[in-house]
Design a protein around this ligand. Structure first.
Ligand SMILES: NC(=O)c1ccc[n+]([C@@H]2O[C@H](COP(=O)([O-])OP(=O)(O)OC[C@H]3O[C@@H](n4cnc5c(N)ncnc54)[C@H](OP(=O)(O)O)[C@@H]3O)[C@@H](O)[C@H]2O)c1
Length: 255
């Protein structure tokens, strides 16, 4: 397990960046993916995160692409295999939240949510089945969301919930298909989590701070709170945990 090859999508900021920083060490090779911002504005930030990860001893390749485009996710698997000679573990993290309600939200947003989250996960899984089956430490973790488990009038994200729910269903199917090969597949569903400066926001910082009151812990998560569980799910100790969606929401779902 000391030597493994990872692919992490959406690694320019927030949860994806925290996951890469946590996993970075000698022996680990990571293909870090991001879009770099819709207008390219996050490319410099992405380069900084990649440099941090390299400085911790990991071998890093980077790739910029828009996962809503057909073929973009499959290409990531191909690139990881070409750069590093295989692929052991995937963290499908790239995504975004949209708060517009049914009746207002445009159908295009639903399509874009499916393409970026569900579709990309489908393509990653399809392309990576061979390498994952060959791996000695095959793992897949998809970052879902509280929005698909928590439905209150002031916290609805219909299109995001639909896309993440479908992704969770695909993950469970994949867990059954790859289980006999020792590959585990799980989802992590964060609650409200701090956003990095300059990242896409579905809600303002003040609303996010108020949202902390909804959680039992009375705080929003740090990206590294989510990364800690992802690190464990990717470890050998988690080999018997599969087909799960595990919430890191400070008890939001029980309040
Ligand atoms: N923060 C929260 O409160 C929260 C709660 C529940 C679930 N989540 C989930 O956690 C994951 C990470 O979110 P975060 O909070 O860390 O947000 P973030 O800092 O905005 O990171 C999102 C990442 O996804 C990438 N991305 C977005 N749309 C993309 C597209 N079309 N193609 C390729 N990459 C794309 C972004 O790329 P660029 O920025 O480089 O363009 C960025 O690297 C997401 O799936 C999100 O739904 C977050």
């Amino acid at each position: 397990m000391d030597s493994r090859i990872l692919l992490v999508t959406g690694a320019s900021s927030g949860i994806g960046a925290a996951i890469c920083r946590r996993l970075a060490k000698p022996g680990v090779s990571i293909l870090m993916h991001a879009r770099g911002g819709q207008d390219g504005s996050k490319q410099a930030l992405f380069a900084e995160v990649a440099e941090d990860v390299r400085n911790k001893g990991a071998i890093v390749e980077t790739h910029l692409s828009d996962l809503s485009e057909k073929g973009a996710a499959s290409l990531l698997v191909k690139k990881a295999c070409e750069c590093f000679g295989g692929l052991d573990q995937i963290v499908s993290n790239a995504g975004f939240a949209e708060r517009s309600l049914l009746g207002v939200v445009d159908r295009n947003i639903l399509d874009q949510s499916y393409q970026t989250m569900t579709g990309a996960f489908f393509d990653l899984a399809t392309a990576a089945m061979g390498p994952l089956r060959q791996s000695h430490c095959g793992r897949v973790v998809a970052i879902s969301s509280f929005v698909t488990h928590f439905f209150q009038a002031d916290a609805l994200f219909p299109t995001t919930a639909a896309a993440k729910s479908a992704m969770e269903a695909l993950a469970k199917c994949l867990a059954v298909q790859l289980g006999p090969d020792g590959v585990t597949v799980n989802c992590v569903a964060p609650g409200y989590t701090r956003k990095d400066e300059g990242s896409h926001r579905a809600i303002s910082q003040s609303t996010l701070n108020l949202a902390a009151e909804k959680a039992a812990t009375k705080r929003i998560a740090e990206p590294d709170d989510i990364a800690a569980l992802v690190e464990f799910l990717l470890s050998p100790d988690a080999r018997q945990i599969t087909g799960q969606t595990i919430r890191v929401d400070g008890g939001l779902h029980i309040t």
